[in-house]
Structures are given as structure tokens and as C-alpha cells.
Write a protein that binds this ligand. Structure first.
Ligand SMILES: NCc1[nH]cc(CCC(=O)O)c1CC(=O)O
Ligand SMILES: [Zn+2]
Ligand SMILES: [Zn+2]
Length: 332
């Protein structure tokens, strides 16, 4: 008997039949571009460890974004980078300063590009003098009660300024519920998406970001609040917990070494979109290897993004967004 099931190649001989193998194809609307904004309005400074990525002041933001919007950019996530020494204190009280870079940028972007989906990372580490993601007890551990209050207020302030989505990355237990309740009280819950960095792992891939944002902890590490790399069960618990607390979207971070977690999230959180963050270390690593001639930059970038989609995410926060749009990688 001839074994007809032994022949697979006929099914992907043509470029189009290869394209048809994808359950999902990357589209521009899936991409969210991370943007760093300083409190020096006219600044535009290259971040040394993040290839071609800049810290910008609010005056440089709109001229930078305009050509990207014209090429299909539909969403950004904002990270405040306060450089003034007065911007940091033990409680991160300036995180939602009305004169601070994030609140002013939300307003500027919404005015210039009303259709843009503006996300804001919500955390305190850029605003605390100790660089941790919350308010601390005297023994240096996170004070969850005080931290959650501050995080929720910050999220509400960003929403009131016009943010379409608040994405808490601080990892304090109970923050999603507190944010939802705060948004409801402020009468903006109906127009504000809460995207939880539910499965955010600690590890060595956030270094370039912490350079960019000046947010490295001054002592200790983040291992008691970000998840241990091996903690698949913890990630599943965090995803279920945040869904129960009202999260509108679930994020997994980092991406490529955590595809099983993305797949778990897609499985556990079937009723919300799944996002993932291809973080600074992943971006820098791909650039470094491409420069060494290990592989072609574009091919590797697209391979990682296709892997992320295959695992189950449909929203991708990536520093590659800029190059993808500028060079028309999705335009053919
Ligand atoms: N908590 C703030 C925050 N939000 C996103 C990132 C990392 C993003 C990246 O590496 O690109 C971090 C840094 C951290 O948790 O240490
Ligand atoms: Zn933080
Ligand atoms: Zn500890």
C-alpha cells in the first residue's frame, strides 16, 4: 500500500500556501510601541543599551510620532522618566503629577492624534527614591496596602488625563481590584481598559529598560514581587486572580522565553485579549546577535513575533514597532 499520509511538502510548496499555514498573521493593530518621556521638554537622547531608542521630552513627542501614525501606528505605551532630583521620593508621590511627563504626554497625544490608543504603564519605580515598584515597610519589604492605594490613584489620574488603558506593572497583590474600584468611583471605568501585567517574571531581561528609565532598585532586587522564572503555577494563579479582580486584558512578560505562559494565558483567559511584552533585553539581544552576523535582524524579529502569535497573544508591545512601520515590513 502506498502511504499517502507521508507527503507533507505539497501542502506548503507555494509562498501563498505557506502563508496559509498561519493561524494568525501579524497586523499593525496588534503592535504597541513603548515610549520613554522625560521631564526635560526639549530633550531627545539616545538610550545607549536600547538600539535606536530615545528618551524624549513632550515637545519632541508629537513630531516623532506623526510619521509613524501616518504609517499605521495605532497604540503607544508611555513610560515616565523623571530626571529632576525633586521628582523622586520614598512614596513615588510624583507618579501622576499633573505637570509630570506622563500626564502631559497623554494630553498632547490625545490632542494631536485623537484616534491613538494611549496606554500607560503604572508603576512607582521611576518615581521612588529607592527604585522599588511600591512603597516599602521599614524592613525593606513591599507595603502592599500603601502601595496598592498609590498605584490605584496613579492609574485613576492617568485615566482622568485621557489614557485609554492603564497597565499596572508593579506586581503588588490586589492592585487590579483597587484600580477597577477607583476607576468606577472616578466615573471613567466605562472608557478605561485595565491590562494587567499578570504574569511578569523577574530575571535579567529588563536591564536596558532600567537604563532608559533610571529605575534600577538602589538595593536588593525585585524577586519578592516579580514572579520566579520557574513559576508556571504562580503565573497561572496570578492570571486567574487578576481575571477575577476584573482585568480586561492579560499580559505576559517577557515573551520569547515564556511562550508556554502565553499559551497558558490564552487557555485560562479565553474571554480577554492576551498581550505580551517583548522586553528591552530581548530587543537588545536580537540586535546584538544580528550585528555579530548570527542572523538577519528582520528575519529574527519576525520569527520571534510569529512565535508569540502562535503561542496565543494578539497584542504585542515591542520596540521593533518603529522599524516595522518605518520600513514597511507588513506592507507587502
Ligand atoms: N516596573 C516598571 C517596568 N515596566 C516595564 C518594565 C520592563 C520593560 C522592558 O524591559 O522593556 C519595567 C521594569 C522592571 O520591572 O524592572
Ligand atoms: Zn516598577
Ligand atoms: Zn525578600
Amino acid at each position: 500500500m502506498t502511504d499517502i499520509s507521508s507527503i507533507l511538502q505539497g501542502g506548503y510548496h507555494h509562498p501563498l500556501s505557506r502563508k496559509w499555514q498561519a493561524e494568525r498573521q501579524l497586523t499593525k493593530s496588534m503592535l504597541v510601541y513603548p515610549v520613554f518621556i522625560t521631564d526635560n521638554d526639549d530633550e531627545e537622547t539616545l538610550v545607549p543599551s536600547l538600539p535606536n531608542q530615545y528618551r524624549r521630552g513632550v515637545n519632541k513627542l508629537i513630531p516623532f510620532l506623526a510619521p509613524l501614525v501616518a504609517k499605521g501606528l495605532s497604540s503607544v505605551i508611555l513610560f515616565g522618566v523623571p530626571l529632576a532630583p525633586t521628582a523622586k521620593d520614598p512614596t513615588g508621590s510624583k507618579a501622576s503629577d499633573p505637570d509630570g511627563p506622563v500626564v502631559r504626554s497623554i494630553k498632547a497625544i490625545k490632542k494631536a492624534f485623537p484616534q491613538m490608543f494611549v496606554m500607560t504603564d503604572v508603576c512607582l519605580c521611576e518615581y521612588t527614591s529607592h527604585g522599588h515598584c511600591g512603597i516599602l515597610h521599614e524592613d525593606g519589604t513591599l507595603n502592599q496596602v500603601e502601595s496598592v492605594k498609590r498605584i490605584a490613584q496613579t492609574a485613576v489620574d492617568y485615566a482622568l488625563a485621557g489614557a485609554d488603558c492603564v497597565a499596572p506593572s508593579d506586581m503588588n497583590d490586589g492592585r487590579i481590584k483597587a484600580i477597577k474600584l477607583g476607576l468606577m468611583e472616578a466615573n471613567v471605568a466605562h472608557k478605561t481598559m485595565v491590562m494587567s501585567y499578570a504574569a511578569k517574571f523577574s530575571g535579567c531581561l529588563y536591564g536596558p529598560f532600567r537604563d532608559a528609565a533610571g529605575s534600577a532598585p538602589s538595593f536588593g532586587d525585585r524577586k519578592c514581587y516579580q514572579l520566579p522564572v520557574t513559576g508556571r503555577g504562580l503565573a497561572r494563579r496570578a492570571i486567574l486572580r487578576d481575571l477575577a479582580e476584573g482585568a480586561d486584558a492579560i499580559m505576559v512578560k517577557p515573551s520569547s522565553a515564556f511562550l508556554d505562559i502565553i499559551s497558558d494565558a490564552a487557555d485560562l483567559a479565553k474571554n480577554v485579549p492576551i498581550a505580551t511584552y517583548q522586553v528591552s533585553g530581548e530587543f537588545a539581544m536580537i540586535h546584538a546577535a544580528a550585528e555579530k552576523g548570527v542572523f538577519d535582524l528582520k528575519e529574527m524579529a519576525m520569527q520571534t513575533l510569529d512565535g508569540i502569535l502562535r503561542a496565543g497573544a494578539t497584542i504585542v508591545l515591542s520596540y521593533f514597532t518603529e522599524q516595522i512601520l518605518n520600513e514597511g515590513w507588513l506592507d507587502q
